[in-house]
Design a protein around this ligand. Structure first.
Ligand SMILES: NC(=O)c1ccc[n+]([C@@H]2O[C@H](COP(=O)([O-])OP(=O)(O)OC[C@H]3O[C@@H](n4cnc5c(N)ncnc54)[C@H](O)[C@@H]3O)[C@@H](O)[C@H]2O)c1
Ligand SMILES: O=C(O)C1=N[C@H](C(=O)O)CCC1
Length: 269
């Protein structure tokens, strides 16, 4: 039991944080050794089992990442971009695996994470589920098989609390489509149409965003041609799929050299 990898969860009170804590506590392949929340959060100093409505489990919520990481083998982090950059530095200093589910990263965040990955194993994906990572491979294949006469649109829907758009998953799928076509997404990306936009540009990859209610996460990749359409779809109904993928990544990362990896590496896809 004591040899199991010790996992710290950041953003412990969040939608994903709570799901991750339940997933680690229910696993026989890892143990929970830390729970982190931001400074000033009312969970700080309390037993995480109790604040989640159950029995004490002996893990006290803290905002001190460095202290939590020294006694851990991995941190699973679904928080916000600036927090994730700070956790990447602390994980590199402690020499532990950093699994990043946080989305909405700008280039500046990504380059700081790349610096940390010189010293630590970092596994990052906009979506940790098996289904979406399979869909990513399929999207690349279909995009490679079809010519520019098929317009590619990525349509995503999420709950009304989500703060970033397009979703990390939509961008992963857009990247895969662009790769299949042999182009850079940044050269063909068309997000946020509004007003007199002009006709659609051939070769563009479009993004459409829906926010509402408690939608966990839905993604369509539409290939629209003359007289026919292909739609590749993933529907998430339970955040457990992301948490199970992230825990699998944390365990897989224990045997990897420092560097940057994604879920395709973890799943061998
Ligand atoms: N990659 C995936 O598979 C996947 C799946 C679901 C969600 N996400 C992403 O995970 C992130 C979190 O999503 P959520 O729905 O759980 O959000 P949420 O708002 O419910 O939770 C975020 C948590 O992070 C905490 N936090 C923020 N800054 C912090 C800091 N500096 N230190 C410690 N904690 C801090 C907040 O207090 C909050 O509890 C988003 O970027 C979302 O897009 C990714
Ligand atoms: O709830 C969220 O936020 C999600 N974020 C990820 C994304 O941005 O794609 C994965 C799906 C859920």
């Amino acid at each position: 039991m004591t040899d199991l990898p010790g996992i710290v969860i950041t953003g412990a009170s969040g939608r994903m944080g709570q799901m991750l804590i339940k997933t680690v506590l229910g696993s026989d392949k890892a143990k929970l050794v830390g729970a982190i929340e931001r400074d000033g959060h009312d969970w700080i100093g309390q037993d995480v089992g109790v604040v989640m409505g159950g029995q004490p489990i002996g893990v006290i919520v803290t905002s001190d990442a460095a202290a939590a990481f020294v006694q851990a083998n991995a941190v699973i982090d679904f928080t916000a971009p600036s927090a994730t950059v700070a956790f990447a530095q602390a994980a590199a200093e402690a020499g532990i695996v950093h699994v990043i589910g946080t989305t909405g990263m700008e280039d500046e965040h990504l380059s700081q994470i790349a610096t940390s990955a010189a010293k630590a194993t970092v596994i990052r994906a906009g979506n940790m589920s098996l289904g979406v990572n399979l869909l990513t491979g399929l999207t690349k294949k279909v995009a490679a098989a079809l010519g520019e006469e098929f317009d590619i649109e990525v349509i995503e829907a999420h709950h009304n609390k989500k703060v970033d758009a397009p979703s990390g998953t939509a961008l992963m799928l857009g990247e895969a489509a662009a790769e299949g076509r042999g182009v850079k997404l940044s050269d063909v990306r068309d997000s946020g149409r509004d007003g007199i936009t002009g006709a659609r540009k051939t070769g563009d990859i479009g993004f459409a965003v829906i926010r509402g209610g408690d939608i966990v996460g839905e993604h369509d990749v539409l290939f629209a041609g003359e007289g026919e359409r292909i739609i590749l779809r993933h529907v998430a109904t339970d955040r457990g799929i992301f948490a199970r993928g992230a825990l699998r990544a944390a365990i897989w990362g224990q045997d990897q050299a420092p560097g940057e990896y994604d879920m395709m590496d973890v799943l061998g896809l």
